[in-house]
Design a binder for this molecule. Structure first.
Ligand code: F6P
Length: 353
């Protein structure tokens, strides 16, 4: 390992996600293993600007692998978007003899990292940490698996009351731009309908679907909606639209909210974070920069930050079909599904999946 780097800084930025602590622990301990100094930078990029950082050793990160949130704190830092802010950040890194940076965060954090890297030719490696799983170049982001389990747990509980009271629940989950959480948790929790930003199902088609559900004898239902879905203005609007048009449904809204960001990381997220942390440090020590660590087919790879922030990771369209088949659609399917165009589009590839 050609090692010009003497000290590495690590920060967590943007929305916190379960597994960030495990990643910080892995970065610090891999630095110790390779005899490189490590600095924990507090409050994301704000800590770089405020010179809020401290040297860490193996013991600094004890007992954190199992903790949600981030011991380094996190922030969305507006000052880092200015040239002046980034200049101050760079001066502080130099002052502390830090010559490599690991940034754990989502696309906003990576955009900042990329600009900073270009301006100062400063070595940066990103670790994708966001519950939304919407980063290109990696199959999984840190926190996504835990968030899915949090949502499943919440919906299981909601289903108990939905079926006891014969109610229809609209459950909003996070996903401003991406439907990964809604789609996967929706299937995992057996939702009747799943609405995601990637497609606009339309309120009328949703009604059709619910009518079908009612006809099939279902007395309670769960509709999972990603917050970025465009079918209605918001979940409350969707709820009143349903109540106005299908009065036999008693509708309630439940917003899972920020509990999706927190909680004990799942084993999957802890292992992924540990692997990514080791890989990030070793990548820096091998003189890589401006890359993100991604996992594709069980293998860790480096992916250009520029590509990672260009677009959103694609949803697995076959999951939509799976959801359609397993919910109401199979119960009395005689006419085209409410999602007929999509269903038939996927019919062709069905046998392959
Ligand atoms: O960006 C990740 C995310 O989970 C989005 O899906 C969601 O809209 C957002 O965070 C909420 O962030 P905030 O609480 O800062 O508005």
């Amino acid at each position: 390992m050609t090692n010009k780097i003497k000290n590495i800084g690590v920060l967590t930025s943007g929305g916190d996600s379960p597994g960030m602590n495990a990643a910080v622990r892995a970065v610090v301990r891999t630095c110790v293993f390779h005899n490189v100094g490590c600095y924990g930078i507090y409050q994301g990029y704000q800590g770089l600007i405020d010179n809020n950082m401290e040297s860490m050793n193996a013991r600094s990160v004890k007992d954190i692998i199992n903790k949600g949130g981030t011991i380094l704190k996190s922030a969305r830092c507006l000052e880092f978007r200015t040239t002046e802010g980034r200049k101050t950040a760079h001066e502080n890194l130099i002052k502390n003899n830090i010559d490599g940076l690991v940034v754990v965060g989502g696309d906003g954090s990576f955009t900042g990292a990329m600009i900073f890297q270009k301006e100062f030719n400063f070595p940066v490696i990103g670790i994708p940490g966001t519950i939304d799983n919407d980063i290109q170049g990696t199959r999984f982001t840190l926190g996504y698996d835990t968030a899915l389990n949090t949502v499943i747990d919440a919906i299981d509980k909601i289903r108990d009351t939905a079926s006891s009271h014969n109610r229809l629940f609209i459950v909003e989950v996070m996903g401003r731009d991406a439907g990964h959480i809604a789609l996967n948790a929706g299937i995992g929790a057996g939702a009747e309908e799943i609405l995601i930003p990637e497609e606009n199902m339309g309120l009328d088609r949703l009604l059709e679907s619910l009518k079908r559900s009612e006809k099939s004898g279902k007395s309670s239902s769960i509709v999972v909606v990603a917050e970025g879905d465009k079918t209605g203005e918001n979940v409350f609007e969707i709820a009143s639209y349903i109540e106005n048009n299908l009065p036999y449904y008693e509708v309630r809204v439940s917003v899972v909210g920020h509990m999706q960001w927190g909680g004990t990381p799942s084993c999957f997220d802890r292992v992924l974070a540990s692997r990514m942390g080791v890989f990030a440090v070793e990548s820096l020590l091998e003189n890589n920069s401006n890359k993100m660590v991604g996992i594709i087919d069980e293998t860790l790879k480096l992916f250009p930050l520029e590509e990672a922030i260009k677009g959103k990771s694609q949803i697995n369209e076959n999951l939509i079909r799976v959801s359609d088949i397993l919910s109401i659609y199979c119960l009395l399917y005689t006419s085209p599904s409410p999602r007929d165009s999509r269903a038939s589009r996927m019919q062709a590839s069905a046998v392959k999946k």
